[in-house]
Design a binder for this molecule. Structure first.
Ligand SMILES: *[C@@H]1O[C@H](CO)[C@@H](O)[C@H](O)[C@H]1NC(C)=O
Length: 311
């Protein structure tokens, strides 16, 4: 197939102000390191600490693993281009980046839905928790999330591969995203946009509805608990997850749903940074700051480390 007439795009990124590039490089380098370190810490705690061997933390560990992959799909590339000043990206590379970005966003939404299902069972059916949620179910939920996202995105990609690109090379964004890519194409993109948007919307809507349903059930159950301490206790187990959820969906909605047709692309870029750079960073921070069990586990690990050093 004569896929493309040009072989590379130029990602304009954050402009080419020479004073801004080193600053951005340092900022993103810091963010990348903290994201990888924080999420690795969560995975290590979940793997090492016996108290965290429950479905809720298995899912959290898997979410952290996903977020390391997610930031690694585009931050190293962005760092390299800020460092070298080389902003070109091959058309194939662009598609690959878009593909992984899409797979991981979809998996993240599904994993967050799986985590709310876990909280739903724990709060609304506590007596059947052991039967309904265990390592095996958890493994199936995780595998199912990855598989569905791969299938969904592969389907979308088959349509995207039909695009041809002729002269326009400059993409005013810092990574290969769907809308800027479509804008550059010289094919007739109307039907393609409709088809891919429908598939993507379905892929986003299903986990969103599942999550919402779980939380409606959770909240109505929590409100029926007579004592206020009981209510607080029940709710505290899902407050961290609720914050992570709000950050994720808040960002997705502002970037992709709110029409920014006439808004300057600068605004869109800044919102995208929030969405794709900050969500993976915020997750471990919130769990370390707000979740009692993670905090205890972290303290224990630090004590052990100190004891080991003093020996
Ligand atoms: C991911 O989930 C599986 C299945 O429950 C679990 O065995 C595994 O430990 C989890 N991975 C992490 C890093 O927590």
């Amino acid at each position: 197939r004569n896929h493309s007439l040009i072989s590379e795009f130029i990602l304009l990124g954050f402009g080419n102000d020479p004073k801004l590039q080193p600053l951005l490089f340092l900022l993103f380098l810091l963010i990348y390191n903290v994201t990888v370190a924080g999420n690795t810490l969560i995975i290590a705690l979940v793997v090492v600490d016996h108290n965290l061997r429950t479905p809720m933390y298995y899912l959290l560990g898997n979410l952290s693993f996903l977020e390391i992959c997610y930031t690694s799909a585009f931050l190293p590339r962005l760092l390299a281009s800020l460092w070298t000043g080389d902003r070109s990206v091959s058309v194939k590379g662009c598609f690959v980046q878009l593909y992984f970005f899409a797979v991981m966003s979809a998996t993240e939404a599904l994993l967050l839905a799986a985590m709310s299902y876990d909280r739903y069972v724990a709060i609304c059916h506590p007596l059947r928790y052991a039967a309904l949620m265990n390592g095996r179910v958890c493994g199936r939920l995780v595998a199912g999330s990855w598989l569905c996202s791969f299938l969904n995105c592969t389907l979308t990609d088959v349509f995207l591969w039909q695009l041809t690109f002729c002269d326009a090379k400059e993409m005013d964004h810092f990574f290969c995203d769907f809308t800027p890519l479509i804008k550059l194409s010289c094919s007739d993109t109307r039907t393609l946009e409709l088809v891919t948007l429908t598939i993507a919307a379905l892929g986003a809507l299903v986990p969103c509805v599942l999550t919402l349903t779980s939380y409606v059930c959770i909240i109505s159950t929590v409100l029926r608990i007579p004592s206020s301490t009981g209510r607080k206790k029940a709710f505290s187990t899902c407050s961290s997850h609720l914050i992570v959820l709000s950050v994720f969906y808040g960002a997705v909605i502002t970037v992709y749903v709110v029409p920014t047709g006439n808004a300057p692309t600068v605004l869109h870029k800044i919102l995208s940074v929030f969405y794709i750079v900050l969500t993976p960073l915020i997750n471990p921070i919130i769990y370390c700051l707000r979740n009692k069990e993670v905090q205890e586990s972290l303290q224990k690990a630090l004590f052990k480390l100190a004891a080991f050093r003093n020996r």
